[in-house]
Design a protein around this ligand. Structure first.
Ligand code: GSH
Length: 234
């Protein structure tokens, strides 16, 4: 029997959106999971209520078990709702491995990009009063290299039945990549697919998919996030 599930999210956060977009694309009924939105300021969560400690998304099962990480939540939901919607984690050993490969690179890209915005975006100007220009540039370069690598992985699956990155049916890699690209473009004003046609194509097509619509950001966040800091002479 499926346990009662409670999922805490920040509706516009790139990690929780992995799960929110997944639920839509997979077609999981809205009453299957109790979704609790929380809000966040630079000081932390403001209305966390009964949310277990830790980042969002966070999933609580009826027996009190907590699943802490977006990828853990996605793999749990894939198993529990295996009989609903498309299989999004791969139907063969190779396909599952390819999707995991991609999700790992996407997570790597995500970590790197936090180094980029931490050192360049006015959203973090107060928290990081001494931004490092070179570190920001280095992080962006590394993120681009990761995304190029990802486009290469996608092309390796060309001509196979398991063609990835906007193939026949959506996958966990599609969802995690889409939410990353949308977040950095819409919130931080950074178009990461410039010069990577394979990912440009992916973003255009994925962006048109029902359920993958852009999130609504709280007032003020985008205005600040999309502005770049200026640097003291270093
Ligand atoms: N590796 C985690 C990252 C989750 C994460 O950093 N979520 C952000 C919101 S998008 C958060 O909860 N931040 C609050 C904090 O770091 O205290 C995952 O994949 O779930």
């Amino acid at each position: 029997m499926t346990p009662a599930l409670t999922l805490w999210v920040l509706t516009w956060g790139p990690f929780p959106r992995r799960v929110l977009v997944y639920l839509k694309l997979k077609g999981i009924p809205e009453d299957a999971i109790d979704i609790v939105p929380v809000e966040m300021t630079m000081a932390g969560f403001v209305n966390a209520g009964e949310k277990p400690d830790g980042t969002v998304p966070i999933l609580c099962l009826g027996d009190g078990t907590v699943i802490h990480q977006s990828m853990g939540v996605l793999s749990y939901l894939e198993e529990v709702f295996a009989n609903i919607g498309p299989n999004m984690s791969g139907t063969t050993a190779i396909e599952r491995a390819r999707i995991r490969d991609m999700c790992s690179v996407i997570d790597e890209t995500m970590s790197t990009l936090f180094g980029f915005v931490w050192n360049t975006s006015k959203l973090f100007a107060e928290a990081n009063p001494k931004p490092d220009k070179a570190a920001g540039e280095r992080a962006l370069g590394t993120a681009h290299a990761c995304l190029e690598k990802l486009a290469g992985y996608a092309n390796e699956s060309k001509g196979t039945t398991g063609y990835l990155l906007r193939g026949k049916t959506p996958t966990l890699a599609d969802v995690t990549l889409l939410t990353l690209l949308q977040h950095f473009e819409l919130c931080f004003g950074e178009d990461l697919v410039v010069g990577i046609p394979r990912l440009q194509e992916f973003l255009e097509e994925m962006g048109r998919t029902k359920g993958a619509e852009a999130p609504v950001y709280p007032p003020g966040v985008v205005e600040l996030a999309s502005q770049r800091v200026t640097y003291d002479l270093q």
